[in-house]
Design a protein around this ligand. Structure first.
Ligand SMILES: [Zn+2]
Length: 393
């Protein structure tokens, strides 16, 4: 496969400003050459040439928080308990929708019965049209909290075993969920959050010892506090992070993955679906908390990676542009929102060969009909998506 994207504005994701009148040549899945369009020396007759004029080329987008096993929507949690054949087939379809929106790499941070691990393998084998997927397998949560279809533990030993079992099953990373007790499940004298500091420290140690990253769901004040100080690789959601938590995250090099698309979608559904007022109010509170946390995280210099929580929250798949827009609304520069969706995401996921458009890197690229540096919403104006140098959308 031999491809030339000719005479394009290039934003390469390294932090350098965009450059106009550039060309990018891809050969055998990798970026072979990057330079001024006028300097390209090859033979046009032997290359597939893509017109880049008045277009912007950026690295393939990365969504650090998706769940391809659910379609999102107003009843997203119920969708995780649909019949397994339906979940499996749907996951293939949703992964393709994600790819079409420019997502060439995704972290699937939790699926029932490890569906995401199978999906990631099928994608890696080239059997389905999907992003390059890094799968967490199944969520790990304390018994009596979070969702019933997570892998649950009660004792420390069971937590270690759960992590080992995920690794054994083929997970690429570990996902733990800190949450309060479900209604009626709280034993007498139990703490608010049973998955406490000590247990989380053990989980971090166990994952890191095995060379795996660990992502931590935290969406209430106590969980945010515990997760921010634990040295996890990423804190997911984080709507109630306070100044001292952000200092700890910056020090621990913990990424924040804000998933603001969720509250945005929930507020939409609260208007168009018959949701009780209390549910609408909760969505509004979460949205406010999330915005405040993201704005403070930007100021505190916490590393941010983009994640939509498509499927796992109310957000649907294929809407990554909306998350970038919400980041910009919270005070992020467009270029920083793009970095959150490319090179920062690559660092969090551990994709050393992706995330920037430089010679020798894997040629995952998105060609846009407008510049997202001027208006981040231009991420919707997709002209083409390339995965390993091959056009896939
Ligand atoms: Zn999620």
């Amino acid at each position: 496969m031999h491809l030339l994207i000719d005479d394009v504005q290039l934003w390469d994701g390294t932090g350098s400003p965009a450059q106009s009148k550039m060309s990018v040549e891809a050969r055998d899945g990798r970026i072979h050459w990057v330079g001024a369009a006028s300097q390209w020396q090859g033979n046009r007759a032997t290359v597939r040439v893509v017109d880049g004029r008045a277009r912007t080329l950026i690295p393939g987008l990365m969504d650090c928080h998706v769940h391809y096993s659910s379609p999102g929507g107003p009843e997203w949690i119920a969708r995780f308990t649909d019949p397994l054949p339906e979940i499996s087939m749907r996951a293939i379809e949703l992964a393709e929708a994600s790819l079409r929106s420019g997502v060439t790499t995704a972290r699937d941070v939790g699926a029932p019965q490890g569906v995401s691990i199978r999906l990631a393998r099928a994608a890696r084998a080239g059997e389905i049209r999907a992003p390059n997927i890094r799968a967490a397998g199944t969520w790990i949560a304390h018994q009596g909290t979070y969702v019933s279809f997570a892998r649950q533990f009660a004792e420390a030993d069971e937590l270690r075993n759960a992590i080992r079992a995920e690794i054994e099953a083929g997970a690429d990373l570990i996902k733990v969920a800190l949450a309060g007790w479900n209604e009626g499940a709280r034993p007498k004298d139990a703490p608010d959050i049973p998955f406490d500091k000590k247990l989380l420290a053990m989980a971090v140690e166990e994952a890191h010892k095995a060379g795996f990253k660990i992502a931590c769901h935290a969406n209430d004040p106590t969980s945010c506090r515990i997760a921010a100080h634990a040295g996890v690789d990423s804190l997911e959601h984080g709507m109630f992070l306070e100044a001292s938590d952000l200092v700890a995250m910056e020090k621990n090099k913990t990424y924040l993955v804000p998933t603001m698309s969720v509250w945005d979608a929930m507020l939409y559904y609260s208007r168009v679906v018959d949701w009780p007022e209390a549910r609408r109010k909760r969505a509004e509170d979460l949205r406010q908390g999330s915005r405040a946390a993201v704005t403070a995280a930007i100021k505190a210099g916490v590393k941010i990676a983009l994640g939509t929580d498509a499927g796992g929250g109310a957000a649907r798949h294929g809407r990554i542009a909306r998350e970038a827009e919400l980041m910009v609304e919270c005070g992020m520069e467009s270029r920083d929102a793009l970095i959150a969706a490319t090179s920062n995401a690559a660092k969090l996921i551990g994709e050393d060969e992706r995330g920037t458009l430089e010679e020798e890197k894997i040629a995952d690229m998105v060609l846009l009909d407008a510049s997202p540096l001027e208006n981040i919403g231009a991420l919707r104006m997709i002209a083409a998506v390339f995965q390993e140098g091959r056009r896939v959308a």
